[in-house]
Design a binder for this molecule. Sequence first.
Ligand SMILES: *[C@@H]1O[C@H](CO)[C@@H](O)[C@H](O)[C@H]1NC(C)=O
Ligand SMILES: *[C@@H]1O[C@H](CO)[C@@H](O)[C@H](O)[C@H]1NC(C)=O
Length: 384
Amino acid sequence: MSMRSLATVAALAGAAFAAPAPAKTTDVSATTTTLLATATNKAFGLNDAAKQAGKLWFGTAVDIPGTGEAQDKFYFREFKSPHDFGEATPANIMKFDATEPEQNSFNFTGGDYFLDVAEQYGKQVRCHNLIWQSQLPNWVNNPATPWTNKTLSKVLVNHVTNLVEHFGDRCYSWDVVNEAFADSPAGDYQKNVWFNNIGPEYVPMAFAAAQKVIEKNGLKVKLYYNDYNIESPGAKTTAALNLVSELKGRGIQIDGVGLESHFIVGSTPSYHQQLQTKRAFVREGVEVVITELDVRATLPPSAAEQTQQVQDYYDSVKSCVDVAGCVGIVVWDFDDTYSWVPSTFAGQGYADLFFQPHGANHPLVKKAAYDGVLEALTGAAEGV
Ligand SMILES: *[C@@H]1O[C@H](CO)[C@@H](O)[C@H](O)[C@H]1NC(C)=O
Ligand SMILES: *[C@@H]1O[C@H](CO)[C@@H](O)[C@H](O)[C@H]1NC(C)=O
């Protein structure tokens, strides 16, 4: 794939529509660097284009209720746009610490609210997540009596059962197990509280518990495994592929794999690597979703890095467009103001498709990367 100039990006994106708004570049002098932005036709957005490409939706993570996002009317207005977002993933409110803060005492208030809002604005929801090593309540991490395989297995099954039962088919899918595999040595299981007490069997155990509720209640909700660094070939990807094949072989339900896709400008896996990996999962008999896409840079990004980001977003989204079994694309938030990146990776940011030149509670501006995504979704030619 060749690099394009930003003017080409805008021209190609515009060419896909009947009445394209003229592309323009906005200089933002308030920031330490000039950020490139374009303006595209508002009446046809990322979600419209994703559906036209045969996908279920283009979606975003959103962190509501009770956060700055919920209070920022400019952010929220963009979130509501059915043209851009047809799916919403709860960034935090369905995680273990939020939903079972005390043992066997469930709090569904925030999760129910999230679903009410998503449904009000016509968005499907990928429910996230059931079993993970992070964002656990203290009672799981520091139990009064040390866990045994038996006592922690009961906790795991109880959590999965209650959440799948409560939220039911309001979830398009559940990320049943999140990030079970380590980066180093790649493909080993993460040595977390679940693994240390239950062993690798905690993963099938979680899927089987969810499956049981689905069968008992006649639900349609799909069961996903979700992880990062499984977007291109490698040991961790092989471990995830083997997990799918093991579960299927044992008759345990798994419907999909979430490829998180938290990328870095310039070291994003190529279109071909991403295409090959998505095809490999689909061949195992599951669907795939890009579940947490963002492309971060060291701040401030140079003009070349901003241009590279357009290409990185394009390659990632195009690799989903070109695989029928890749059913949707979700970004891990769409506005730099609320990105998880700066607080997690010191000195990095600029990861999302929009930014607020004047900060929170001020208008959003689309980056050129937005047009790169739109171009990938509409199938506009990209020098192949
Ligand atoms: C339940 O969760 C909601 C939403 O996060 C929170 O406002 C409320 O205080 C929680 N309730 C209890 C009893 O902890
Ligand atoms: C924990 O118990 C399950 C059965 O409930 C078993 O399959 C698994 O191997 C056990 N794990 C260990 C580490 O013994």
